[in-house]
Design a protein around this ligand. Structure first.
Ligand SMILES: [Fe+2]
Length: 249
């Protein structure tokens, strides 16, 4: 797995330079607007719970690695609770029509976010080689540390406005992410590095890592586009709708 970890380091550098990350770092934009994509991220944040519980977790574990994956799922599979708490704190917990909610969650503007989670299910559900699942988890965690670091910087600015700690978008979430599978072990990185892959496994792991990064890049870039088109205090209304309304008034 050593070469997989080396590829992850390279991918992390690239990932830190995506349009989404640049958008988050743009202090000329109100921090609330830089996080205005939060409601649109729901398909991923909520389905990630199922991905951990249903796809990755296998109980009882029949190997050390599966035991580690199970431990990881107990941590990562509960972060959706923080997402819900943050949406409330950000003022998004009000009623809209159920059918409008469905249209919003399955809209064109959030489709890359859905594809991201669909593809993770597709890659893992029938994968028999646990090392491929480990490579996918490591890739998810690598994207997570980069994205959550940048998000936490905006979260700090948001906290100054709301006077609330934000469990999903704040620093505590970033602090929870180690960048690797979260298992009870002293030196996880060393353990992963020491796993030997065949040439065929290496080739497959590389392509899975590339796919995970490509999908996270697309999904998060979609989110910064979403934030550019939706006022943070009216996330379910597109800016062009408001413009239309103003013209017709
Ligand atoms: Fe998380």
């Amino acid at each position: 797995m050593e070469e997989v970890l080396a590829l992850l380091e390279k991918k992390k550098q690239e990932f830190a330079q995506t349009p989404f990350m640049k958008f988050l770092r743009d202090k000329s934009i109100d921090p609330r607007q830089r996080l205005a994509w939060a409601p649109g991220f729901a398909p991923f944040a909520m389905s990630f719970k199922d991905f951990n519980r249903v796809v990755l977790r296998k109980e009882p574990a029949t190997s050390k690695l599966q035991e580690m994956i199970n431990q990881h799922t107990y941590e990562d599979g509960r972060h959706w609770i923080w997402f819900i708490q943050d949406l409330k704190l950000m003022g998004y917990d009000y009623s809209i029509k159920y059918t409008d909610t469905l249209k919003f969650l399955w809209s064109e503007e959030t489709q890359k976010v859905r594809f991201l989670i669909y593809n993770l299910f597709a890659m893992c559900t029938f994968e028999e080689d646990i090392l491929m699942k480990l490579a996918i988890i490591e890739a998810i965690e690598a994207t997570g540390t980069v994205a959550l670091f940048e998000i936490a910087q905006v979260g700090k600015e948001l906290q100054e406005i709301t006077q609330h700690h934000h469990p999903y978008f704040g620093e505590s979430h970033y602090a929870k992410e180690t960048g690797h599978i979260q298992a009870e072990m002293d030196d996880v990185e060393h353990f992963i590095k020491s796993i030997k892959l065949t040439e065929a496994q290496k080739k497959k792991a590389f392509s899975l890592v590339e796919k995970v990064f490509a999908d996270f890049t697309d999904a998060l870039n979609e989110m910064s586009e979403f934030a550019k088109n939706h006022p943070y205090d009216k996330p379910f209304t597109a800016i062009y709708d408001i413009e239309k309304m103003q013209v017709s008034v």
